[in-house]
Unconditional design. Sequence first.
Length: 213
Amino acid sequence: MTIKAVLFDWDGTLYDIFDFVVHTYSQVMREKGIREWSRQEYREKFRIDWRETLKDMGLEEHEEYLIQVWEKNMVEMRDDLTLHEDAKETIMKLSEKYVVGVVSAAPRKALLKEVKRLGVKEHIRIIVSKNDTDETKPSPKPLFYAAEKLKFKPEECIYVGDMIEDVLAAKRAGMKSVAVSWGLHSKTRLKTENPDYMADSFAQIRDYINKIQ
């Protein structure tokens, strides 16, 4: 079936947030006397439901404080947070031929703010946040919601993400899944869920999408 829409996850996939995540969690761990995770531990253990990750980290009792530090750091460091290299160009190129969308587990207000700030909103037809459905990834509901709003069948869409929950959501929605190697989850971890394609660059994503037409 012809692909009509390319849907992207935001954090980690388009938006380069990994260093910020490590910095913020490590800051709280140091302050609370908890062993800091290595970067590799984040790539192997971090979950899309970050509250579940807190149990593994020993931060469960410090959730409120973590949120405060996250929000403070986001204000202070926002200008340092950017799109991954070639992300904007990819969005622009794909939007010439396909409908481009974002389906994220991020809160709507913060997500919209960053999409606008980074200059890609005009190229993105639909933005789905955690506020739009009653379940988040790995549930397929956010992807079904995006397809329905676009009036496309799920199989006419591709979903691109950096976490196993993204791959699972795409498969459960009946969409082709593209996993990227530069985000929160390691390539090895992503491959356990058998994405339809594993990309090491945005150029590879563009080539793959154009080839399966």
